[in-house]
Design a protein around this ligand. Structure first.
Ligand code: ATP
Ligand code: MG
Length: 451
């Protein structure tokens, strides 16, 4: 090789190297071929895409990258749903395949006192959020049933009608069934502030935007927020965001559980989670069944709710999920499904709220499935007697109101009538008042006598 030839070869090599540096790294992408409502159909390397995986659709102009989740496949197309608005997306826009699940977060103790959205981004204007080292997928599996601990000791909720009549244990999961405006949000905020748990994680799913600030400022307050993480997806956000807010709530709770904390996890409401899943299922072409709910709603519900409960280590997730029961239809499909999965239900009634008694819990219609085991044996007779008095009064209520009951006809009823005002006062509790389990029992014993 002459010197001249050697120089040419070197120049060629460096030319190739420079050329290679200009080549962009290989990206797998498909193209948008159709948009139907909230659904984006993508054609291309479908084999490289997976259910629950992420696609970033590049909108035209200033739309930028719109993250989407793959929710199904049809023929040679992937069906995806966006986490944001689809405005600016055209046919032919590229959809980049990301090698990751559509959702994962990295919570850390710094999240306490903060408000995040369904992608784990801060939305409280308090600046960036420090992430933890571990990745928590949004759709985690529940801990294996055989390795799970049993529910622990009673958890002081700070609300006396629940503490005494419906005692909840650490790791128990209960539903709160109520119509709209009956006092769910206020009750949840009382629980977040007064519970003896270490951390409260609150998911506001499908709330009206205006109510979020009211809840944070008026109900929860600064002290309540300091020990809480709040996850928010308002009703105007896409179905995927509303559904994922519930997943994020559980993932954050799992993070604190893994740190060994006693977590109280609350989601308001599971009904709106089910509605979001219904929207997603219908868009993916699932058949509607009961009340338009699609089959995946009923397979996703247990997957979500089972994630709460005791873990395999020290930490526990005790959980309260609200369920909307419109028109007092306690047998609507979501309420039915949730009731079957959880370890108890708390029924709130409009008629009780209307007469001004809050929290408007109907003790007789509510059940904690860990009772009577969770109740202090010394107080079990007190609780039984109080329940009996309430039941006797409820049976006769109509007659008493109409004046058709004559005092003296039954000593049992007379006693219930005499004690009722004090029992009602016991069941009611102001927003700013907390009562421990011990104080609650003592007060009840004083009213109904005996211990
Ligand atoms: N413990 C309480 N003490 C006094 N008033 C209460 C209490 N709980 C609820 N209320 C009253 O009930 C109203 C409705 O309560 P809340 O907003 O909690 O209902 P909700 O069931 O969450 O309603 P929605 O279905 O609209 O979300 C409150 O504005 C408040 O006036
Ligand atoms: Mg509410």
């Amino acid at each position: 090789m002459t010197q001249d030839q050697g120089g040419t070869a070197a120049r060629t090599l460096s030319g190739i190297r420079a050329g290679l540096e200009r080549v962009e790294p290989l990206e797998t992408y498909g193209r948008v071929v159709a948009i139907r409502g909230l659904l984006v159909e993508v054609a291309g390397p479908v084999a490289a895409m997976r259910l629950g995986g992420r696609l970033d659709v590049e909108g035209a102009g200033s739309a930028g990258l719109i993250p989407c989740e793959i929710i199904g496949f049809q023929g040679d197309r992937a069906l995806a749903m966006p986490f944001g608005s689809l405005e600016g997306v055209r046919r032919g826009c590229p959809a980049f395949v990301r090698d990751e699940a559509a959702g994962a977060i990295r919570p850390s103790p710094a999240w306490l006192g903060r408000v995040v959205d369904a992608l784990g981004r801060p939305v409280d204007g308090l600046g960036p959020l420090a992430n933890g080292p571990e990745i928590y997928p949004l759709r985690a599996d529940p801990p294996p049933a055989h390795a799970r601990r049993r529910v622990g000791k009673p958890l002081d909720l700070g609300v006396r009608c629940l503490n005494t009549f419906l005692t909840m244990c650490a790791g128990q999961r209960m539903g709160i069934f109520a119509g709209s405006g009956v006092g769910k949000s206020v009750l949840l905020s009382m629980l977040a502030r007064y519970t003896a748990a270490d951390v409260a994680v609150i998911g506001l799913v499908g709330e009206r935007g205006r109510e979020v600030q009211e809840f944070l400022q008026d109900d929860l307050g600064a002290a309540g927020l300091a020990r809480s993480v709040v996850v928010v997806a308002t009703s105007d956000e896409p179905a995927l965001m509303r559904r994922n807010a519930a997943y994020v709530t559980l993932s954050v709770a799992e993070h604190f559980r893994d740190q060994g904390a006693k977590v109280l996890c609350m989601i308001d409401s599971i009904t709106r989670f089910a509605m979001a899943q219904r929207d997603i299922g219908l868009a993916a072409g699932e058949p509607p069944t009961a009340k338009g709910y699609t089959p995946t709603v009923f397979s996703e519900l247990p997957r979500l709710l089972e994630r709460a409960g005791p873990g395999v280590g020290e930490g526990t997730i005790s959980a309260l999920f609200t369920v909307l029961v419109e028109g007092d239809d306690h047998n609507e499909p979501v309420a039915d499904a949730v009731r079957g999965i959880l370890d108890g239900h708390i029924v709130m009634e409009r008629s009780i709220a209307e007469r001004g008694r809050y929290p408007a819990v109907n003790v007789l219609r509510s059940v904690s499935r860990t009772m009577p085991r969770s109740c202090d044996p010394a107080f079990l007779p007190v609780v039984r007697r109080a329940r009996k008095l309430l039941a006797t009064y409820a049976d006769m209520e109509e007659l008493i109101r109409l004046g058709a009951y004559r005092a003296g006809a039954s000593p049992e009823v007379d006693e219930a009538v005499a004690l009722m005002p004090r029992l009602e006062a016991f069941l009611g509790q102001g927003k700013e008042e907390a009562t421990s389990i011990g104080d609650g029992y003592a007060r009840l014993a004083e009213i109904v006598g005996g211990s």
